[in-house]
Design a protein around this ligand. Structure first.
Ligand code: FES
Ligand code: FE
Length: 422
């Protein structure tokens, strides 16, 4: 159903493998990986169908009958709630099984999904409802909607393109459910959403998101607010030792010092990766806000502010930032070789006052993401030059280097059919 219209020939694939084999470890990629539509087509065929991504928050389909249209890579899908339980949510390609029209044109609520073209209707569980016009001999049971793999984890609606290719999500579900509950994710409501369309290859967006080497020059606000960045920045004009003491003190109160949890193996194509990291905000700040003061009520049943932020990686393209009183959900959606949707969604506790100040809640990640869009687009512009050559990742870009190694080892395995673990 999502076969490529533009398949690379065997020869072109050999060229990509050669480029991968020529890659210098811990250096940025060769130009083609950031620009070439043929490599994007190959990623679309091989890599994207293996990624679970966040497509929605459960509160967007709050009750039986609600449905929303969302983007899953370059596909439009319908996420529909067909029952009252957390797992009574299904996802379908937004394609009618009669003659292929878009089925839903906007979010809505109802017992049936009705196609605007010839009015075929479908149950929220996907079966074709109207059958009276079917020609004799056509089995209406075979004309249900095309299902999209789906899993709800702690309020996050996760989907992927291809059931046969997707990695096992259950270890991530088991590992994340309690952690997300402690951060109030399932009991949250959305207060704002914004798309920062970034004119750059999706890997540049991720490379930038995974390092904070650029935080000092590019993010004055983020740098001012986040003490931990100052330690990792290792600059002479900041007293890192003093801040290190502050971090140690924070961990002694909060426990789970430098708490990392997750499954994250570079070559592993069979298990959905996830990770969580707790870090202190610092300098008496209670949350990620301009003045460090709370912007909403505590989430996750906490009794008091602990001065920290929990950062989640959920799969390879979705992220969550969780200080104590609000959440920011990040979706990186590759559009084509040169454009990436970066969608941020802000959430607060569902019982928070309706008068919460959305500008204060979104301030930190809005100002930071506007800056990230600019530096990533400048990065893409430079890479397009004939003068571009790969450059070295510094120790402060180790997570970025790790992502690149992961990407290359997986692409190589998928192109050649040689799996590392075999
Ligand atoms: Fe949907 Fe005809 S295409 S009813
Ligand atoms: Fe940044």
């Amino acid at each position: 159903m999502y076969a490529n219209d533009k398949m690379l020939s065997g020869l072109d694939r050999a060229r990509v493998v050669r480029l991968i084999d020529e890659h210098r470890k811990d250096w940025s990629l060769q130009q083609a990986f950031y620009l070439d539509p043929d490599i994007f087509a190959l990623e679309r065929e091989l890599w994207f169908p293996r990624q679970w991504v966040i497509v929605a928050h459960l509160s967007e389909v709050p009750e039986k009958g609600s449905y929303v249209i969302r983007q899953l890579f370059d596909e439009e899908i319908i996420v529909a709630r067909h029952g009252d339980g957390e797992d009574d949510v299904a996802a379908y390609y937004n394609v009618c099984t009669h003659r292929g029209s878009r089925l839903c044109v906007k979010d809505g609520r109802g017992k049936l999904l009705v196609c605007p073209y010839h009015a075929w209707s479908f149950r929220l569980t996907g079966e074709l409802q109207t059958r009276r016009d079917l020609p004799e001999g056509v089995d209406g049971d075979s004309l249900g909607l095309h299902k999209v793999p789906i899993k709800v984890i702690g309020g996050l609606v996760m989907c992927g393109l291809d059931a046969a290719s997707l990695p096992d999500i259950e270890p991530a579900a088991a590992g994340l459910t309690d952690l997300l509950r402690e951060n109030g994710v399932a009991d949250a409501r959305i207060v704002a959403r914004k798309n920062y369309l970034t004119k750059a290859n999706w890997k540049l967006v991720l490379e930038n998101f995974l390092e904070c080497y650029h935080c000092r020059p590019a993010h004055p606000e983020y740098f001012r607010v986040n003490g931990h960045v100052k330690v990792t920045a290792m600059r002479d004009d900041y007293n890192a030792a003093e801040w290190k003491q502050e971090i140690d003190a924070w961990h002694s109160v909060i426990g789970d010092a430098e708490f990392h949890k997750g499954v994250w193996e570079p070559g592993d194509l069979d298990t959905m990766p996830f990770a969580m990291h707790r870090k202190p905000i610092g300098s008496g700040r209670l949350t990620l806000s301009d003045d460090g003061q709370p912007v909403s009520c505590l989430m996750g049943g906490r009794g008091k502010f602990d001065g920290g932020e929990n950062g989640f990686r959920i799969g390879r393209l979705s992220f969550l930032s969780a200080p104590n009183d609000y959440l920011t959900m990040f979706q990186m959606i590759p559009r084509n070789a040169n454009e990436t949707d970066v969608i941020l969604t802000w959430l607060v506790d569902k019982d928070a006052e309706t008068s919460v100040d959305v500008d204060k809640i979104s301030w930190m990640w809005d100002v930071t993401t506007v800056q990230d869009k600019k530096i990533t687009e400048d990065n893409a512009d430079g890479i397009a030059s004939r003068a571009y050559r790969p450059g070295p990742y510094t120790p402060l870009e180790s997570q970025t280097a790790f992502f690149i190694e992961t990407y290359l080892s997986q692409m190589r395995a998928l192109i050649t059919g040689e799996r590392r673990d075999e």
